[in-house]
Design a binder for this molecule. Structure first.
Ligand code: NAP
Length: 275
């Protein structure tokens, strides 16, 4: 479900990169900083590098040991910030324990922020201004738009309030004229909120949290949660929801490829802004 939408975005970026190359310009360049050896991060980074190569975006991987000190990590980011050949910087999360992600995300220059997670860019998101949008939330919105799902005036429930997913989704849905409720770990009656929601975006990281019997008939459900279990990847949404929902974006096969597409879109935007 997500792949055709991601392919459309990647196709557009590929076309823009090719046009730019035809004018004799160098390709856009994304620097990826990967600290430690988290196996899921290694998979995500490979996916991002492969997709970048397909659209003509260069990548350069800085792989640092988990023991790297914060000073050395910030010095590497400073070097990438100052390198005119680097258009966008992605610091792969999560960082190993002991490295403060806020400090690291804030160190990336806001105009090279590939993930849209710099506080300045989150502020721009809140203000409705220009700037890179967080990739997964932007992917959720692209998915809804592509499949013609109306948001204006509809009741939306976002489960999760992280800076990475839940909060930005809630802001983007509100800007798209939905009436948004945000649920989190202290929310009391999730089934009641689910029963009222016409759009559900689940981003809690709890497999099966959204049960079919609680979802309103005809709701549009986007599952963002990813949990690795012995049976494979599981989303937050019970697959049985497909029988009640008007549309379900499942895990896997849903928003995952869109996160990558939006990262490369942000890289293109950072490059073209700097021209
Ligand atoms: P996170 O930082 O752990 O945040 C999880 C959020 O869910 C928190 O706000 C938490 O509430 C809330 N929550 C936890 N248990 C809940 C419950 N029982 N009921 C309601 N809310 C609950 O995770 P994240 O970074 O936002 O990621 C969320 C999920 O999306 C994860 O599974 C992650 O792997 C996945 N993800 C997927 C993609 C993709 O490309 N598809 C990208 C990013 C993340 P509190 O705030 O109260 O703790």
């Amino acid at each position: 479900m997500g792949k055709p939408v991601a392919d459309e975005i990647l196709g557009r970026v590929r076309g823009l990169v090719a046009q730019s190359a035809a004018r004799g310009r160098r390709p856009p360049h994304l620097a990826v900083v990967y600290v430690g050896d988290d196996p899921a991060s290694a998979v995500y980074i490979r996916q991002k590098q492969r997709a970048a190569a397909k659209v003509g975006i260069e990548t350069n991987l800085q792989h640092l040991p988990a023991t790297v000190g914060i000073g050395d990590l910030l010095a590497i980011i400073d070097r990438l910030n100052g390198d005119p050949g680097v258009d966008a910087i992605l610091v792969q999360m999560p960082l190993p324990a002991g490295l403060d992600p806020d400090l690291v995300l804030e160190r990336v220059r806001a105009d090279k922020d590939a993930d849209g997670l710099h506080p300045l860019n989150l502020g721009r998101l809140l203000a409705g201004g220009r700037g890179p949008r967080p990739c997964t939330p932007a992917g959720v919105m692209a998915l809804l738009a592509h499949y013609g799902q109306e948001t204006a005036g509809r009741r939306a429930l976002v489960i999760g309030r992280s800076r990475l997913v839940g909060w930005p989704v809630a802001i983007l849905l509100t800007q798209a004229q939905a009436t948004v409720t945000v649920a989190h770990s202290r929310t009391r009656d999730l089934p009641r909120l689910l029963a009222e929601a016409e759009i559900v975006v689940a981003a809690a990281g709890h497999p099966g949290l959204v049960e079919a019997r609680h979802v309103a008939l005809g709701a549009v459900v986007v599952d963002v949660g990813i949990t690795r279990t012995e049976e494979g990847l599981r989303g937050d949404v019970d697959p049985g929801v497909a029988e009640r929902a008007a549309a379900l974006s499942p895990v896997p096969g849903g928003v995952g490829p869109l996160t990558v597409a939006m990262l490369l879109n942000n890289t293109w935007e950072a490059y073209s802004r700097a021209l």
